[in-house]
Each structure stands twice: as structure tokens, then as C-alpha cells.
Design a protein around this ligand. Structure first.
Ligand code: HDD
Length: 756
């Protein structure tokens, strides 16, 4: 009898119909002052609705986790305790029989500590294992309100977000700057529930149907026998797959372009990839593609730079993100949408919108900004937040619906499923980072790692015992109602539309949209990656694919590989370039860029001080590089050295300034007089570490400036002082001014393109 059970629960008593009451003085039993217990004999009305129908009550009463709540759940009090809260006096020594005696099995603290440690690791994500994340806020402009009823896209709504960036192929401990696609996953904690936009920095995908996802990932991951190479696509199985499945051509071409090696997470675009369906307040639907546009522009590394960084700073991207946020230089992206009429064909200007290997050029459908994302808080615990966050393309809110893209269909299944293995059961939505900020009343119960203490007796519907709660909502009070889309009459079968067979016209458009320097980089990337393959047939097949994109691309790569150039097997597509796809030829903000200021004890230190202040004032980051750490005595005070010739490498800087003649005839490497003091006459030698820094910065197309005789070091390092993007100035600040102008273009592109 549920009524009896409820009544017992209210008093906590298990005896009592004799009216004798519980025994006095027994811990945990109610004392004599407890209300007398009377077991009801007549049925009563159903239990009244609970005061708060918001479900799990281990969280804050509003259902909205606060920092304080979370911290209190993890840690409280000042004393070290066991997991059960008992205070400890020593956690450094096992319990032993005598100082040299055996460790005792009865040491329950040792047992608990080591048991927990043994289970600290959880399986890494099967893809996108390496990532970095940040909290932030999304401010909507209201410009999408005419096409969607999603409340977080109405005018001036602020929504908390958590964004995780990732690489795809590498393990959790792999390097950041490998050539790969980057994940760009955003969790919007909206008032109507969680919306996840689980996208990439590349707008197309390798495959058109999710059933091939395990295959493409098996091909991209390390070879199963030796487990090499780590986090690389430069190996036979990857190229075997993408050349046998030519639908992968477009995505592969983006990977081989500069998009595969972003300069920073802050300087990447993001794409929802699939076409989604927006639903307005009247039920009208619009097809859309989502875009994230970084305020700092879209910038990339050059390949040699990316490779060096993999060694000297494998955490380059996550460090950059965390440092920028900590310094208050909050990264920002605009969310934009391309909109298309929701016609039965689901095509736009002949482009199949259900094929995720297609883009729609921005020139045909402009990206309309709908809100601003600002990342403004680093996670406080990597595991609890970045590792345990669980994204899912099926986390949707009213106003945002899906289409029949067959890749999306499989994802709708996969993302929930994977969390069960990764996060140990079905209750991962209760983890603090995954908790919605809207009230939850879900009738889902029990399971591994259940942390909610649910109330009520009737987690089913309809019910009368919990007074009918929870109630079903209608569309008029915020229910998620699927758009009533007509499903065309069809015959069941394993099949794909004919339009999915065009694998080359979109890659050709991308190739034709690239500037000469970007094309050179693409040729270099294919030549490198295919050069790392062992199988001749794989290389030959790859050349055939390239021939079908563009004969010039194919010819250049074939020359690099020393193989004959095949003829195209399909007519070359007649497509217009899309200038929006090129990263070259724009001027971008320079805020957040890093300027290395290389000097020495005898450099122009007052000038360095002036430049450092001017760099800071321009919102950029100055890093003073000197032979050793510590301080440099300069005019009215000391200058702090941030990097030494030992710790500095050019890849950290977006531009380099030489203040004086660092390393030329220096104490360590330069000429000396008979008494061992630095020689009065400077020689055209250069500290090899400064020389390396300068020659790399030059090769990587970075702006370089020098004043106060710095050109001597440039000459000694073999950097022509009259080359494009090399500035010799009269003073530090004048040199910086010219350098900043160059930095707005990101790199000195003229340095890359070969003659002719
Ligand atoms: Fe996926 C993770 C993006 C296709 C199956 N995917 C994952 C993440 C991103 C993407 C950014 C990392 C999320 C995070 O930071 O936790 N995935 C994409 C995009 C795709 C795509 C843009 C194509 C448009 N994915 C895709 C398919 C499948 C998966 C077709 C399976 C059929 N993806 C997964 C997964 C992961 C995942 C196995 C691994 C960890 C996770 O989900 O939570 O379920």
C-alpha cells in the first residue's frame, strides 16, 4: 500500500501500530518527542504535488549549479579526510608493524587511497580524445528570431556556454598542432534545456553516411599492429580509405590546406556541417547551416612551424587558449546562419543540402550573424569539466530540428551510446558540467552513479499517486515538438541519392578559390603525406583523385613523389571560385598577437621598454628574450626577461623585433680581446640560438623588425634586410608600428610563393 509506505516514510518508524513508540536513546531512532504514529486505515487523496517539481535534489534548489555548490560537493572543511569524511593525521606512511616491519592489510586508508588511484582513468573519447575547453557566454542579437522560436536566439538573451575544442585522431596525450580536423563543440545551457552544436573547423565531412564512421576512423587511427603513427593522417591506411572512398576528397583537401593546422583555437572558424531545420513560432521551417566566425580572423601555422611546435610545446593550443582567457583577452566568435528555403528537394542552387560533403558558398548564401560567443573563464578542473563534458547532436531545444542527412542520423545514435562506456552509465547528465540549467523532471531512474535522490512514488505517466506529476507540456508552453515533416513515399533499401555521387566539383571549387601561396601549401601537404606512405598503389590512386580535382595540383604532387601524372577520369567541373574560402588577402585585428623582443645586456634597453609598453597598449603580448633569465638593468629600472636564448623558439612569436645586436659578438659566442672581455669590434657572427630564431621566423613568413644596429644580427643569420616584411627602423616604437601593419595580414605571404 503506497499510502502506508508514504506514512511510514514521514515518521521514519518501522514499528508502532501498538502506539508504544520507539525505544528511547537508540541512535537514529526518533525520541519520545516524535509525533505519535498512526497507521492510516482509510485510503487518502493522492500525495500533494511536491513543492519543487524540478527533479534531482542533490543539486542547487534552482537546478542551476553554482560555483559554490560545486566546490562544496567536491571539497569542504580544512582538514584532510577519508572519502567518508573521517579526519586523517598522516597520509604519507602506510600502517606498519614497526618502522621496518610489514605493511598491515588492515590499513583502510592505504586501501582506499590506492583503490581510488587505480581507477582514476576513464576511457578516452574514441575520437576527439585530446581537447581543451572554456566557459563563456552567448549573447544573441535577435536576428534569428524571425526563423526560429528558440528562446536563446531571441533578442538580447544571455546564455551560459561551455566550448570544447579538440583534434580528432590523436590520443589524449598527443600534440596540439598535428595536421587534422579540429572539433568545435558548444554546449548552450539555455532556459529551455541544453542545446549542443557539435561541429568542426572544417565545414564538410569525410563520409556521407554514418555507417562508414567506424571505417574512416579505423583507417585514420594508428595501424593496429604497431600502433603508429600517432595523431597523423600521413600513413597508408588513411590514404587507402580516402582514395577508395572518393566522397572523402573534399574533406581531405581541406585537411591538406592550411585549415588542417590552425594557429590557435581562437583563430578557427567552426561549422555545424549538417543542414539543420529551424522552426519559427508559427511552425514555419527554414533550412540552415551554422557558422562560427572568429573575431581575430582565420589563421594557420605553416607546416614546418607546426612540426617544430609538436616537439617544443605539444600543448601550444591549449596553453594559448588558457593564457588568453587568464589575461582577459577573451576569444570571441560570431554565430552566423546561412538560410535556405525548406523545399521538398532540399537543395540550394543545385547543391544537395543533405550531403555533408557539400558547402554552400557564402557568395550564394551570405552568413547572417545571430549572436556573439565570448569565452571568459577557464575550467577549474580539467577532468571534471573538459573530460567529463558529454556532447550530443540530439540535445536540441524547441525551434531547432534536424534534417534527414544520413550522417546526422547515425550521430544521433552514437553520441549517447558512447557516453555509457566513457562515463560509466546512463546518469552522465547529472555530472555538474552536463547538468541543464533548466528544471529537470525526467522519470529516468536508478542506474550506475545515480546521484539524485528522487522523490515521489510514481515515475510513470499517467499517474494518480504523484498527483499526475510531472505534467506533459504542449507546444504552447515550451514542449519540444518535432517539425511535422512529410516523409516521401519510398522503398526500403541500403541506398544513396544519385546527387551523392558527385565527389569532385566541390573540391575543385575549393582548389580554385585558393591563393597561389595556399595552393603551394596544399601541394606541399599532399607531397609530404603521400611521401610517408609505403604502398605504391595508394600513392597512384591518390594522384588519380588529384587529377580529377585539378591537373596542376596533380602534376606538382606527382613530381614531388617522382611518379607519372595520370589523366583525369571525370570531366573537370565548371565551378566558380568562392573568395570567402581563402585566408589570404584580408586585414585582421592584431590583438592577442605575440611579439618576441630579442635583446641582450648591451641592447637598446630603454627602447625595449618603450616597445614593450606600446605592444601592451595595442592589446598584444610582448615577450622579452635575453641571453639569461632574471632582469636587465635599463635606465630607470629593471626589465624582466620572459624567455632566454635557451627557452625561446621562434614558433611562439607572431613577429620578432631585434633591439640592438643580440648575440652579435656576445660574451658567449662573440669575439673577445686578449683579456677575455668582449671585443670592441663587432663581428658578423651571431649567437646560433638567435640565428636559428631569426632564420625560422623568416622562413615562416613572420614580420621581423630591427633597430639600434639589429640588422647586424639579421645579416649574420642570413636574413636579407631588404626582403619583404623585414623592417629596419630608427627607433623601437617606429619599428613596431611598421611591424604591426604587417601583422594585420597575419604573415608576409610574398615570402612563400616560388619564382614564376
Ligand atoms: Fe563525432 C565526438 C564532431 C561525425 C561519433 N564528434 C565528436 C566531437 C566533435 C565531433 C567535435 C567531440 C565532442 C567533445 O568535445 O566531447 N563528429 C563531429 C562532426 C561530425 C561527426 C562535425 C560530422 C559532421 N561523429 C560523427 C559520426 C559519428 C560520430 C558520423 C558516429 C557515427 N563523435 C562520435 C562519438 C564521439 C564524437 C564516438 C566521441 C566522444 C563523444 O562522441 O562524446 O560518439
Amino acid at each position: 500500500n503506497p499510502v502506508k509506505r508514504a506514512a511510514r516514510k514521514l515518521t521514519g518508524s518501522v514499528h508502532g501500530s501498538d502506539g508504544a513508540g520507539p525505544e528511547e536513546g537508540i541512535p537514529g531512532k526518533p525520541g519520545p518527542e516524535s509525533p505519535p504514529f498512526e497507521e492510516p486505515t482509510e485510503p487518502r487523496d493522492p500525495l500533494p504535488p511536491k513543492p519543487d517539481q524540478s527533479g534531482p535534489d542533490t543539486m542547487s534548489p534552482t537546478g542551476r549549479p553554482t560555483g559554490a555548490d560545486q566546490a562544496a560537493m567536491a571539497q569542504g572543511g580544512s582538514y584532510l579526510t577519508t572519502a567518508q569524511g573521517a579526519r586523517l593525521y598522516d597520509t604519507d606512511h602506510s600502517l606498519k608493524a614497526g618502522p621496518r616491519g610489514p605493511v598491515l592489510l588492515q590499513d583502510h586508508h592505504l586501501r582506499e587511497k590506492v583503490m581510488h588511484f587505480d581507477h582514476e582513468r576513464i576511457p578516452e573519447r574514441v575520437v576527439h580524445a585530446r581537447g581543451a575547453a572554456a566557459h563563456g557566454v552567448f549573447q544573441s542579437y535577435g536576428t534569428a528570431a524571425s526563423v526560429t522560436k528558440a528562446a536563446f536566439l531571441a533578442k538580447d538573451v544571455e546564455t551560459p556556454v561551455f566550448v570544447r575544442f579538440s583534434t580528432v585522431l590523436g590520443s589524449r596525450g598527443s600534440s596540439d598542432t598535428v595536421r587534422d580536423t579540429r572539433g568545435f563543440a558548444t554546449k548552450f545551457y539555455t532556459g529551455e534545456g541544453v542545446f549542443d552544436l557539435v561541429g568542426n573547423n572544417i565545414p564538410v565531412f569525410f563520409i556521407q553516411d554514418a555507417i562508414k564512421f567506424p571505417d574512416v576512423i579505423h583507417a585514420g587511427k594508428p595501424h593496429p599492429d604497431r600502433e603508429i603513427p600517432q595523431a597523423q593522417s600521413a600513413h597508408d591506411t588513411f590514404w587507402d580509405f580516402v582514395t577508395l572512398h572518393t566522397e572523402a576528397t573534399h574533406h581531405t583537401l581541406w585537411n591538406m590546406s592550411d585549415r588542417g593546422i590552425p594557429r590557435s583555437f581562437r583563430m578557427m572558424e567552426g561549422f555545424g556541417v549538417h543542414t539543420f531545420r529551424l522552426v519559427d513560432a508559427k511552425g514555419g521551417t527554414t533550412l540552415v547551416k551554422f557558422h562560427w566566425k572568429p573575431k581575430l580572423g582565420v589563421h594557420s601555422l605553416v607546416w614546418e612551424e607546426a612540426q617544430i611546435i609538436n616537439g617544443v610545446d605539444p600543448d601550444f593550443h591549449r596553453r594559448d587558449l588558457a593564457d588568453a582567457i587568464e589575461a582577459g583577452a577573451y576569444p570571441q566568435w560570431e554565430l552566423g546562419i546561412q538560410t535556405f528555403p525548406d523545399t521538398p528537394e532540399q537543395t540550394f542552387e543545385g547543391i544537395d543540402l543533405l550531403d555533408p560533403t557539400n558547402i554552400v558558398p557564402e557568395e550564394l548564401a551570405p552568413v547572417q550573424p545571430v549572436g556573439l560567443l565570448t569565452l571568459n573563464r577557464n575550467p577549474s578542473n580539467f577532468f571534471a569539466e573538459t573530460e567529463q563534458v558529454a556532447f550530443h547532436v540530439g540535445h536540441l531545444v524547441p525551434g531547432i530540428d534536424i534534417t534527414d542527412d544520413p550522417l546526422l542520423a547515425g550521430r544521433l545514435f552514437s553520441y549517447l551510446d558512447t557516453q555509457i562506456t566513457r562515463l560509466g552509465g546512463p546518469n552522465f547528465p547529472q555530472l555538474p558540467i552536463n547538468r541543464p540549467h533548466a528544471p529537470v523532471n525526467d522519470m529516468l531512474r536508478d542506474g550506475m552513479h545515480q546521484t539524485a535522490v528522487h522523490r515521489g512514488v510514481a515515475p510513470y505517466r499517467p499517474n494518480s499517486l504523484d498527483a499526475g506529476c510531472p505534467f506533459a507540456a504542449g507546444a504552447d508552453n515550451g514542449a519540444y515538438v518535432e517539425a511535422p515533416v512529410r516523409v516521401p513515399e519510398a522503398t526500403k533499401g541500403r541506398q544513396a541519392p544519385e546527387s551523392f555521387a558527385d565527389h569532385f566539383s566541390q573540391p575543385r571549387r575549393f582548389w580554385l578559390s585558393m591563393s597561389p601561396v595556399e595552393r603551394e601549401h596544399i601541394i606541399g601537404a599532399y607531397t609530404f603525406e603521400l611521401g610517408k606512405c609505403y604502398e605504391q598503389t595508394v600513392k597512384e590512386r591518390a594522384l588519380q583523385v588529384l587529377a580529377n580535382i585539378d591537373p596542376e595540383l596533380c602534376a606538382q604532387v606527382a613530381t614531388g613523389l617522382g611518379l607519372p601524372e595520370p589523366k583525369p577520369t571525370v570531366p573537370l567541373a565548371e565551378v566558380e571560385p568562392s573568395p570567402a574560402l581563402s585566408q589570404v588577402g584580408h586585414t585582421w585585428p592584431t590583438s592577442g598577437r605575440i611579439i618576441g623582443i630579442v635583446t641582450g645586456a648591451d641592447g637598446d634597453l630603454d627602447g625595449v621598454r618603450g616597445v614593450r609598453d606600446a605592444v601592451l597598449a595595442a592589446g598584444m603580448v610582448p615577450l622579452v628574450v635575453a641571453p639569461t633569465g632574471g632582469k636587465l638593468e635599463a635606465g630607470d629600472g629593471a626589465l624582466t626577461v620572459q624567455r632566454t636564448y635557451v627557452t625561446a623558439r621562434s614558433v611562439e612569436f607572431d613577429a620578432v623585433l631585434l633591439a640592438g645586436t643580440p648575440g652579435v659578438g656576445s660574451d658567449a659566442y662573440g669575439a673577445r680581446d686578449a683579456k677575455g672581455a668582449p671585443a670592441a669590434t663587432r663581428q658578423a657572427t651571431c649567437d646560433p640560438r638567435v640565428g636559428l630564431l631569426l632564420s625560422e621566423a623568416f622562413r615562416h613568413g613572420k614580420a621581423i623588425g630591427a633597430w639600434a644596429g639589429g640588422e647586424a644580427a639579421l645579416e649574420a643569420a642570413g636574413v636579407p634586410t631588404d626582403a619583404p616584411g623585414v623592417v629596419i627602423g630608427d627607433s623601437g616604437t617606429a619599428t613596431l608600428q611598421q611591424l604591426t601593419g604587417l601583422l594585420g595580414a597575419h604573415r608576409v605571404w610574398e615570402r612563400f610563393v616560388s619564382e614564376g
